[in-house]
Design a protein around this ligand. Structure first.
Ligand code: SF4
Length: 441
């Protein structure tokens, strides 16, 4: 039998059926989260008043209802149409928990979560506090936004997922907090376009832990850094503002690791692809990042055989790969996707040429990777164990993300478990992986 006290939320819904439907959405969300719905002011922990601001009499009715709720309960959130004219409300009431506009169900529920947090109850909650996860218990992915404002010619994600919609910092940070509380020691930040995080917010500030937090990537990273665990960023585009992110990096918190999907190096192809930051000098950007943090590990992906890619374009790409000397590289042969604008381009590249270019790029990268990994032989690396087999433990240093990058093979894995962290001495390498032993080997 559960002994946890479940907070009760009261609702008053005024106005048209659309407002009623908004109230239903909020009620559904809070009910799904396990709150109780209350029909009386005095038994509620928080009261939500969904207002109408259509005509004067509706405004008056809304204001009177807010007044009544405040007098009877005191903990009131105002939402709905009148919330769009917040001046009218603020003029009369100074002590509301929050005011939101209409269609703000998620925002309202976020506020309820903060002011009347529902304690996790392992007897009645189907889902653990940290959510359902497919990853091992020591690392977790956090998606910080959905959708994308770009229109890359080979991609149909914006038409499927819509425009960029960032999650609020408090939403992300409370998910991070739950994950940390559940034992996660590495957070992997993902989205379609991580560097654009926050540009869609009209209100540029949030509150977390009682303090204001700017709603942009740098300030989100600063807050994540305070958890004191590994945080790794994927899908960053090479904009100048990312330089400030590099300044936050160390090998214990915000990792000196970036996954930057460059996709190509020929200015002509990047322009045709309509890539974000296509006008940036990417080699210069990489140099600038390495000046700030010489240890930074960089991962990227490239497409070969994009329509119109000439031998000259491809040679520019190979030169870039050699010059950039990246830690991890993925490569794809271009393929037409239904609905992508590049599918309509006339100068498609024959499959045999795509294959040749793929092989050449991967051979080039293989040599670079071998040299890079060889230079680590004899060094001490701090690693986390992801998996233990009979012969090896598979581990990673800050230089590698799970599943996509090379690993560190540890011999004599006896006694090691997934999630363990230890210092090891690098003893050898193959093309993409390292081999290591104990420090006294
Ligand atoms: S490939 Fe381009 S359009 Fe597609 S999600 Fe990434 S940035 Fe957005």
């Amino acid at each position: 039998m559960s002994s946890v006290k479940i907070p009760k939320i009261g609702f008053i819904s005024l106005g048209c059926p659309k407002a009623g439907s908004d109230t239903e959405k909020i009620m559904t969300r809070v009910k799904t989260q396990g709150y109780e719905i209350s029909s009386s002011y005095d038994k509620s922990d928080v009261v939500v008043v969904n207002t109408c601001g259509f005509i004067d009499s509706a405004i008056e009715e809304s204001l009177n209802t807010i007044d009544e709720a405040l007098k009877s309960n005191g903990n009131v959130i105002v939402t709905g149409c009148l919330g769009e004219k917040r001046g009218i409300i603020e003029e009369r009431f100074k002590n509301l928990i929050a005011i939101t506009g209409s269609e703000a169900d998620k925002e309202v529920v976020d506020i309820i979560n903060k002011v009347a947090p529902k304690p996790h109850d392992s007897f009645i909650d189907l889902i653990p506090k940290s959510g359902l996860r497919l990853t091992p218990s020591h690392y977790a992915y956090i998606k910080i936004s959905e959708g994308c404002n770009h229109k890359c010619s080979f991609c149909i994600i914006p038409s499927m997922r819509g425009k960029l919609a960032s999650r609020t910092p408090e939403d992300i940070l409370s998910e991070a907090q739950n994950l940390v509380d559940s034992g996660v020691t590495e957070l992997i930040i993902i989205s379609q376009d991580t560097s654009a995080y926050g540009v869609d917010f009209k209100v540029k500030q949030s509150f977390w832990d009682g303090k204001p937090v700017k709603r942009d990537l740098y300030h989100l990273a600063k807050e994540l850094k305070k958890f004191g665990i590994w945080v790794r960023f994927h899908y960053i585009y090479p904009y100048p503002h990312i330089d400030h992110m590099i300044e936050l990096m160390d090998e214990e918190t915000i990792l000196p690791y970036l996954d930057v999907p460059f996709q190509h190096a020929s200015p002509k192809i990047l322009k045709s692809m309509k890539r974000p930051a296509d006008a940036e000098d990417n080699l210069k950007r990489i140099q600038a990042w390495r000046q700030i943090n010489p240890n930074i590990a960089l991962r990227s992906t490239f497409i070969v055989g994009y329509p119109g890619e000439t031998d000259h374009d491809f040679e520019q790409l190979i030169d870039f790969i050699k010059e950039a000397n990246l830690d991890h590289v993925g490569c794809f042969e271009y393929s037409n996707v239904e609905g992508a604008t590049a599918k309509l381009m006339s100068d498609q590249i024959p499959d045999i040429v795509k294959k040749e270019r793929y092989n050449r790029l991967m051979e080039t990268q293989k040599t670079l990777s071998e040299q890079k990994l060889k230079s680590l032989i004899g060094s001490i690396q701090h690693v986390v164990v992801d998996e233990v087999t009979n012969d090896f433990a598979l581990a990673r240093s800050f230089r590698s993300a799970p599943d996509v990058d090379g690993v560190v093979y540890l011999k004599d894995p006896e006694g090691l478990m997934a999630g363990d962290r230890l210092d090891v001495k690098i003893t050898g390498n193959d093309s993409y992986n390292l081999f290591a032993g104990p420090l006294d080997d």
